[in-house]
Design a protein around this ligand. Structure first.
Ligand code: FE
Length: 227
């Protein structure tokens, strides 16, 4: 079996969000899909260990915010590599509560979908939540972010908790002078630098300022390991 075949699947990048009482949370998912048209039903896949899973189970509702192609890696990192049990992911983020009371992200969002859960399927580590569409709208005219663009152009990484995580990816291309974030797996490549973080292409890892942080998850420089 060649699991590289799984890399041929296409995905997007979304924030699925929900609430429990007056608490809200959201997380990155790459699987959100329309299941049928009449009535309009959508589905999302969420790791059972995540706080958002607990909130969807409690509220029986969720919102999907479809991210734009120009979404900064740090924004994705906050929702994708941090836990709502430790930080308030919505601090400093523009959002509004939808008709189900689920929080809809307004920053870096192309469009939103909101649904009431009508069914779910437990699949080992993950749950497929199936929801009846209760509201939807366009937030801004922009290109949606695909998972391929995130990985190939933005060079983002996949947390182990994601449904599409594959344990062996990328290892064969690693050179000696690359460094990897121990928190999220992001690889710093000196040839490419980190232009968004002010690090020019061709900058050795050792020459990066000490206050530089991981562009994906915000981990400090000393949390990187040489490959
Ligand atoms: Fe990181």
């Amino acid at each position: 079996m060649d699991t590289k075949a799984l890399h041929a699947l296409s995905y997007g990048l979304y924030i699925v969000s929900s609430f429990k009482g007056d608490k809200i949370n959201g997380q990155i998912i790459n699987t959100a899909t329309q299941i049928c048209a009449e009535p309009t039903v959508i589905g999302v896949i969420v790791n059972r260990n995540n706080l958002t899973h607990e909130y969807i189970t409690s509220s029986q509702a969720f919102a999907v915010s479809i991210l734009a192609q120009e979404t900064p890696l740090k924004f994705i990192g906050t929702f994708g590599f941090k836990s709502g049990r430790e930080i308030d992911k919505f601090a400093g983020v523009n959002y509004r509560r939808g008709v189900t009371q689920s929080p809809i992200v307004l920053d870096n969002t192309v469009a939103f979908l909101e649904a009431k859960v009508i069914s779910h399927l437990d699949v080992h580590t993950h749950t497929i939540f199936v929801g009846l569409l209760t509201d939807a709208g366009i937030i801004k005219e922009a290109e949606p972010l695909t998972y391929a663009y995130y990985q190939q152009v933005k060079r983002g990484t996949t947390p182990k908790s994601a449904s599409s995580y594959i344990a062996d990816n990328k290892e064969e291309k690693i050179k000696m002078d690359k460094y990897q974030c121990s928190v999220c797996g992001y690889i710093y490549d000196p040839e490419k630098g980190d232009p968004d973080g002010g690090i020019k292409p061709g900058t050795k890892f050792e020459d990066i300022p000490a206050d530089w942080t991981c562009p994906v998850c915000g981990a400090s420089k000393d949390q990187f390991n040489k490959l």
